[in-house]
Design a protein around this ligand. Sequence first.
Ligand code: RTP
Ligand code: MG
Length: 140
Amino acid sequence: MAIERTFSIIKPDATRRNLTGAINAKIEAAGLRIVAQKRIHMSKAQAESFYGVHSARPFFNDLVSFMISGPVVVQVLEGEGAIAKYRDVMGATNPANAAAGTIRKDFAESIEANSVHGSDAAETAAVEIAYFFAGTEIVG
Ligand code: RTP
Ligand code: MG
């Protein structure tokens, strides 16, 4: 399988509970490399644009409020089949449905405060990475 890059966010519920290291340990244990990482506090405009695909969904306003409720850690992860692999490591969107050992099963608080984001396809990964990182900030 090809080496891919995917985009990850450690969400405010997780940074608030000091879980950045514990989540990174699960990422690295799965064989994914963290090739870029920074802690930021998203603006409302940034969060609205990032989640623009969900703008018509009933949970959109709550989601944006949650994502700007505290700092996040944005990351680029690299590895074989990184996009699907990270989705596996994350677990299902709703932690009640997430498999044992996944980030969301072990750490998520709710379907909204679910600790992490990961890109869902190659096209979205490229767009999401470019949204938060300059090429020179990614060191493979
Ligand atoms: P993500 O985009 O964050 O990696 O998560 P996902 O693909 O598993 O979930 P998605 O359907 O793309 O939804 C994006 C984020 O919106 C919040 N959400 N809230 N209240 C709700 O019913 C609801 N559904 C989704 C979650 O934070 C989810 O990760
Ligand atoms: Mg998604």
